[in-house]
Unconditional design. Structure first.
Lengths: 62, 444
């Protein structure tokens, strides 16, 4: 069984991944290959947020 | 080791009920606000009802939010901006996928999805496939037309996501598909119940191949209620020597439910991704208790390009009182989707669900799997004509079959039928959604 602290660590890594993908997306305004792949990464990150972060951050304001 | 895990998401699928409801409320607020702020269609619907996102604070407030009906979608899509009308919440350049509904009940509705939405489709199907035992070692054959309908597209992407090897059985006819299965020996398959039965029939009667020996271990069905109708499930399981699982979803909604490996006689609602409400068909009251049928009103929490907020699906369902032995806390829908509110009609004053007829026909030995029901009038009196096919070799016991059929139909539906026997193979065959129920009374 995954512990609460493991879940929180997963969430931290998801947020780091999101920041990195957002940074790549911002840097790639003239670089379609990076921009579009960053969009795909961000979509996958969103799925991880749905799977983990939305529950971890349940007490935060909607 | 990952393959031994029972759940796709061990946290969400076993979330305590209280936490699950809190998650649903929070996510409902987010998607409601998103639709309100970004879709002119939703904004005007809510303005007309005098409701704003700040009015939804607790779970009981949700039912105050107006429902969206398919007819509304058709209406707004007749107008600009083409082709989605005023309900698109993202710029058109962020739309990556077009799908349309099958048009079974009228003009098809066009559905836009962003890439993130498409990831979400695959994610929701990943819950389904994992719960039904799909694992990276599976080779999955998908005998579907890969066309404009969403059908098994997301099942394909989800199987890839899980790590399965996917064989797209697209532009092949049924015989070619069977030969490809014989060659590649896939372990799993997806299709409508009608097509799964039709394929088995073609294998046996046209190719002389025994479908039960082809090595298919599991089949995931969608598009029709059949895989939750015990007699139809049994026919498929016997024909293919495989476990058959149900799943219910829709183009405008997403893949909202799944049968798990424990096969408890119902389907789980994926309550982490969807909010299912059951509404009394007559009074509109929300039904929370098990055992009372009503129509489904559903919200998809994370679909962004064209949100699905309190969509009146007209699927007739009921909550199951039992928790599932699989350990998931997602509630069960007893017996799956039993029909559509549009199809459940009164005949001679009795409520008739077509799925009850299917259960009888497919539970009757000596009959083929195809059938058709026509309701019309003989003078002023309602009449139900049931067309069935006699399986070859059963001609001598036709009278007995007819008598058993009449008896079971009376028992299960409280109605009498005119039974027509047709030659095996002459009733229409369907690949996607079958249209077996015809109510002609308004034309009489």
């Amino acid at each position: 069984m995954i512990s609460q602290s493991d879940i929180e660590r997963i969430d931290e890594q998801i947020q780091l991944l999101k920041q990195a993908a957002l940074a790549l997306s911002d840097m790639a305004v003239e670089f379609p290959a990076i921009k579009r792949n960053a969009v795909r990464i961000l979509s996958s990150v969103k799925m991880m947020e749905i799977n983990v972060s939305d529950v971890v951050r349940l007490s935060e304001q909607a | 080791m990952i393959s031994e895990q029972r759940y796709w998401n061990p946290m969400l699928e076993t979330l305590p009920l209280e936490k699950l409801r809190a998650l649903q409320l929070k996510k409902f607020k987010v998607i409601f606000r998103w639709a309100y702020e970004n879709s002119r269609f939703h904004r005007s619907l809510y303005a007309e009802a005098g409701i704003t996102p700040s009015d939804v604070q607790k779970f009981e407030d949700i039912c105050q939010v107006p429902k969206v009906e398919k007819s509304m979608m058709r209406c707004i899509q007749c107008k600009d901006p083409f082709p989605y009308g005023d309900c698109l919440c993202l710029p058109l350049e962020e739309v990556s996928n077009f799908r349309q509904t099958s048009g079974t009940t009228g003009q098809p509705v066009y559905q836009a999805d962003s890439w993130q939405d498409w990831e979400w489709w695959a994610e929701s199907w990943a819950f389904i496939l994992w719960a039904q035992g799909y694992r990276p070692c599976d080779r999955v054959f998908i005998p579907f037309g890969y066309n404009i309908f969403v059908a098994f597209w997301a099942g394909h992407y989800a199987a890839e996501k899980i790590g399965c090897e996917v064989v797209p059985g697209g532009v092949l006819d049924t015989q070619a598909r069977i030969l490809k299965i014989q060659e590649l020996r896939p372990s799993a398959m997806m299709g409508t119940p009608t097509y799964m039965l039709g394929m088995a029939d073609t294998a046996r009667n046209k190719l002389g191949i025994a479908p039960e020996g082809l090595g298919i271990k599991r089949i995931t069905c969608a598009g029709e209620p059949g895989a939750s109708i015990p007699a139809t499930k049994r026919r498929m399981e016997e024909a293919w020597n495989a476990k058959v699982f149900d799943h219910a979803g829709a183009t405008e909604i997403g893949a909202w439910s799944y049968e798990c490996l424990d096969q408890p006689g119902g389907i789980h609602v994926n309550e982490a991704l969807f909010l299912v409400e059951i509404e009394d068909i007559e009074t509109g009251q929300i039904i929370d208790e098990p055992g009372r049928r009503g129509k489904m009103v559903i919200t998809a929490f994370d679909r962004m390009a064209m949100p699905c907020v309190r969509f009146d699906s007209k699927d007739v369902i009921e909550w199951d009182e039992r928790p599932c032995t699989c350990g998931r806390t997602f509630r069960l829908i007893k017996g799956g989707v039993v029909g559509r509110a549009d199809d459940i009609t009164k005949v001679k004053g009795v409520l008739l669900a077509p799925s009850a007829i299917e259960e009888v026909v497919r539970g009757q030995r000596g009959l083929g799997s195809e059938y058709e029901v026509v309701v019309d009038k003989a003078g002023d009196i309602d009449r139900i004509v049931l067309k069935v096919e006699l399986s070859p070799g059963n001609e001598s016991i036709l009278k007995r079959i007819e008598a058993e059929l009449q008896y079971q139909l009376r028992l299960k539906t409280n109605l009498g039928y005119v039974i027509e026997f047709h030659e095996f193979g002459t009733l229409p065959r369907y690949e996607v959604k079958a249209r077996r129920f015809k109510d002609l009374r308004k034309h009489c």
